[in-house]
Design a protein around this ligand. Structure first.
Ligand code: GLN
Length: 487
């Protein structure tokens, strides 16, 4: 039998179901892998070995009785540390939540438990999901498995690096401006940001509530569809949750591309786009064309304003969401203070890192009396124009195809002192969040120095099925990754 950690979720499911292997054996293989490989990658903030083994015993009982077995029963997963896990510390990559142990589970954790999935641990991230490199984690940066001196991307850097280094079979991340797609692209794995409202945000620590969405990171498109099946669906505990009428996304994978029109947004092929990235993305588009898709050029004229719009809206929402970390209810409280105000100030000054403070200041400023109309209101109006651009484009095509990021993974340290450069690495992913539509990153090639490149596919609201159809066809056309980094 090939090495257990090399198998995809559906391959593991097949042998678990036939009892050729037990969930305990699979879980032990992954815990070993974490011990051997993660000291180099540093994707995990917390490893929950005892809980994982207990869950595996439970999964084995189900598998033995063939009772309530789903494709995720007995599958070891990693969870971004922004998702609340009952009884397990949830830090959000921040010192302010270093010792925070949630008394409740996020809805998606309940869903994963109902499927009998196994949690191996909590994954590293930029503090409060603010960043594009995982260097804003208050604990340590994560390393890219393809080149340890480079970033895995962010903010779900731990989630992408763990899938690429095979220290979990699949993971969950969150995406507010690109945090699932950009790290997936830098690490050569599949990452999906679902339509806003598809996956419950109950128990997801809020960054920018009108943009945040949880989604899967996986080794291939089939695994992505299986994970989406498990985590999507209406939830009464999230007022922005939508009803869903699709129960099995894998059903769409094998449909051909005969009736598909692929739109290529001309604003995404601009100067500054790395030539290797451009070459790979264009090659992937021709591969889709040869699979039967019709290709047309489209325009998203307000793309240029997306980064500026996002950096008003996201910090504004963040400054309000992060108000709750005041040292009173939970999280850090400094030991020495003179009075209540002093306690607030010292706790927040010591608990938050520089990027989080920068966002709180920008957000508070743009929401303050006198500036609200000039900044927040204006940004909301531009957001509508960006959403309208997509609507118009989808009158001409089914799915848009473009790069995920202008370059492949950059070096650790390269942009950390230049926030604007860091922000600009999200130029192609941010518009999708502003419009609330789904986007996926699928590996489409390597640069001349062997770094992964991702193709981004975008579709209209609740058209995840279309994204998965095109993504799966691209996998068929280009072939799956056979040489994962770190043997
Ligand atoms: N990199 C972007 C930011 O720093 C997006 C982060 C995210 O999607 N969570 O805000």
């Amino acid at each position: 039998m090939s090495n257990l950690i090399d198998l995809s979720i559906y391959e593991l499911h097949n042998i678990l179901k036939k009892r050729e292997v037990s969930a305990i054996e699979v879980t032990r293989a992954y815990l070993n892998r974490i011990d051997n490989v993660d000291p180099k990658i540093r994707a995990y903030l917390t490893v929950t070995a005892d809980k994982a083994l207990a869950q595996a015993e439970d999964a084995d009982r189900r598998l033995k009785k063939a009772d309530a077995v789903t494709p995720l029963t007995g599958i070891p997963m990693g969870i971004k540390d922004v998702i609340c896990t009952r009884g397990i510390r949830t830090t959000c990559g921040s010192k302010i939540l270093e010792n925070f142990v949630p008394p409740y589970n996020a809805t998606i954790m309940e869903k994963l438990e109902a499927h009998g999935a196994i949690m191996l641990g909590k994954l590293n991230m930029d503090e409060f999901a603010m960043g594009s490199s995982t260097e804003n984690s208050a604990y340590h940066p994560t390393h890219n498995p393809w080149d340890l001196e480079r970033t895995p991307g962010g903010s779900s850097g731990g989630s992408a690096a763990s899938v690429a280094s095979r220290t979990c079979a699949g993971s969950l991340g969150s995406d507010t401006g690109g945090s699932i797609r950009q790290p997936a692209s830098y690490c050569g794995v599949v990452g999906l940001k679902p339509t806003y409202g598809t996956v419950s945000r109950f128990g997801l620590v809020a960054f920018a509530s009108s943009l945040d969405q949880i989604g899967p990171i996986s080794r291939d498109v089939t695994d992505c569809a299986l994970l989406l099946n498990a985590i999507s669906g209406h939830d009464d505990r999230d007022s922005t949750s939508a009803s869903r009428n699709i129960s099995d996304y894998t059903g769409f994978l094998t449909q051909g591309l005969k009736n598909y029109t692929l739109g290529i947004p001309k604003e995404y092929f601009i100067s500054g786009l790395d030539s290797d990235v451009e070459k790979s993305v264009k090659h992937a588009i021709s591969a889709l064309e040869s699979q039967g898709a019709n290709v047309v050029e489209v325009s998203l004229p307000h793309t240029d304003y997306a980064v500026a719009t996002y950096y008003i809206i996201a910090p504004a929402e963040a400054s309000s969401n992060l108000f709750r970390y005041d040292g009173v209810k939970y999280g850090l409280r400094v030991a020495d203070y003179k009075n209540l105000m002093d306690m607030y100030i010292k706790t927040r000054s010591q608990g938050f890192g520089p990027e989080v403070k920068r966002r709180i200041m920008i957000g508070t400023y743009s929401l303050s009396a006198g500036y609200y109309s000039a900044y927040y209101k204006k940004a909301s109006q531009v957001r509508t124009l960006i959403t309208r651009d997509f609507k118009r484009a989808f009158e001409k095509c089914d799915v848009l195809a473009a790069p995920v990021a202008p370059t492949a993974a950059f070096r650790l340290g390269e942009k950390i002192d230049d926030p604007l450069q860091m922000y600009l690495s999200d130029i192609f992913t941010i518009p999708v969040n502003l419009a609330g539509i789904p986007g996926i990153s699928v590996p489409c090639g390597l640069t001349s120095n062997g770094l992964p490149i991702g193709l981004q596919l975008m579709a209209g609201h609740f058209e995840e099925a279309k994204l998965l159809t095109v993504a799966y066809n691209m996998e068929l056309a280009l072939g799956l990754c056979e040489n994962w980094p770190i043997p």
